[in-house]
Design a protein around this ligand. Sequence first.
Ligand code: PMP
Length: 409
Amino acid sequence: MMNWETIFADRAGRMKASEIRELLKLLEQPDIISFAGGIPDVNLFPKAEVAAAYADILGGGQAAVGLQYSVSEGYKPLRDWIAGEMAKIGIACSAGNVFITSGSQQVLDYLGKLFLSPKDTALVTWPTYMGALGAFNAYEPAYDRLTPLSNREPGSYVQAAEAKGGRVKFAYCVPEFHNPTGVTMTRAERDWLLDLAETLDIAVVEDAAYQQLRYDGETVPPILALDLARHGGDIEKTRTFYCGSFSKTLAPGLRVGWVVANSEVIRKLVLIKQAADLHSSTVNQMVIARVAETIFDAQIAKIRKAYSHRRTRMLEALATHMPSSVEWTRPEGGMFVWVTLPKGMDGAALLARALETVRVAFVPGKAFFADGSGENTIRLSFSCASDAMIDEGIARLGRLISAEMPAAA
Ligand code: PMP
């Protein structure tokens, strides 16, 4: 038998299936109430519009274009449409600053590939999106903790990175309705981050996967918009990479995302794509362009209404059923509520008990921490849950947590 481990590259050592994913396989069992998957509700997909767009493109004169290879930068009408949308949120740019990828997950991989040599440092929040850690890990970086508004001496990031054998390259954040916490970065936190990035002379990766999913509260300008304002509107002088996605708004199965940034780095990213997969699916980009041009605003209104209702219902259920030693976030959008359990309670152990006894699933928080901390946290997703599931599932979870609580808590 071949011992594959002996010929794997060093980077493969950091590619591990999480235990949680193994546990979550149990979710297929029909009696489980799941708040685990951070995925859109299938019932909200614009199915008819997507089907009509495919039929139109493939059945009409566009079939040859849709089925052929295309340019690595992405389908030009889609890039133009995205540039128009970006302008509406304070990011004036041209199609030359927009690069289409196979989901925004691919942007994270490419930014890791472009910026991270082994032992370089990426700044991430504790917790952060676990898929970003997964993407960056392949490039063998170190991580340091980003705590917005902290008064940590900027030089200490440099020293810590040098001690680990590299330098700080970028700060990664999810400013809107963070995955996993649901929290939105304030204007002051965004300004602080740009100040820090300027002082350290590093890039900022703004993961805006949930940006359109605001249900209430005040809109905060994107970090790239603030960066642009600091440079007289000249995107070529900015250091921020705005990563967008159609996964949460239209449909994730088409795998279409994008990044907006200065064109010098966009050109480098395009070269990476040429080497990796040439370009994203031509026909899928054309379908997304067609659907976005016709129904985007109506679709956003529809999903906001549905998810906003579920968010509110989950917050109400938590208030009704959770013991007083449990805390949780109150997100203004997105798909997640982040719960902090009493000290000493372990989220992974709670999941094992919850699946076995009350048949409720969620994601333990630990996997979202670059240093493996956060044992007493869990992520609840409300995106696919009905009112009845939320009421019953949170009631069951509240009873289980009360029963499991350490005597002193
Ligand atoms: N960023 C965040 C914060 C996410 O939650 C996700 C999806 N779970 C992604 C990026 C990747 O999304 P996609 O590749 O489907 O655009």
